[in-house]
Design a protein around this ligand. Sequence first.
Ligand SMILES: [Zn+2]
Length: 154
Amino acid sequence: MKDLTCFCLEDINFMKIALEEAFSAFHQNEVPIGAAIIYENTVIARAHNLTETFRDITAHAEMLVINLASNYLGKKYIRECTLYVTVEPCIMCAGALFWSQIGRVVCGTNNYKRGFLYTGIKLHPRTQFLSGIMKKKCRNLMHQFFLLKRKNHP
Ligand SMILES: [Zn+2]
């Protein structure tokens, strides 16, 4: 796992797509996390968290887009792809990303409670990792969602 500190305009544009997905999740009462996978500058997969809708704890945005991208490309390794995800992946998704050998992972905001970064779990050595793109928007959406949840279910 290589850490990168710089990002470009392209990263912001693709993160906006992941954010659109996160907003869709929010309006469906799903934890607002969205993701998109890009191959040769094209979005080949986009999805948001659907664990409530599918009643399936594996239906995280990242799992769904990995699956869609593999199907689209017809292969299990998606080394030439970049994942944009609004929130740092959990350990399950980091594991799936490891196995996918994805080329690059770009995330919006860190997730200190449920993210993989502080668990010692690593992405694949060939995967570049970058965090902090549109951080405030990604984080605010999560905060808003959990505030509303607590308000409705004290
Ligand atoms: Zn996950």
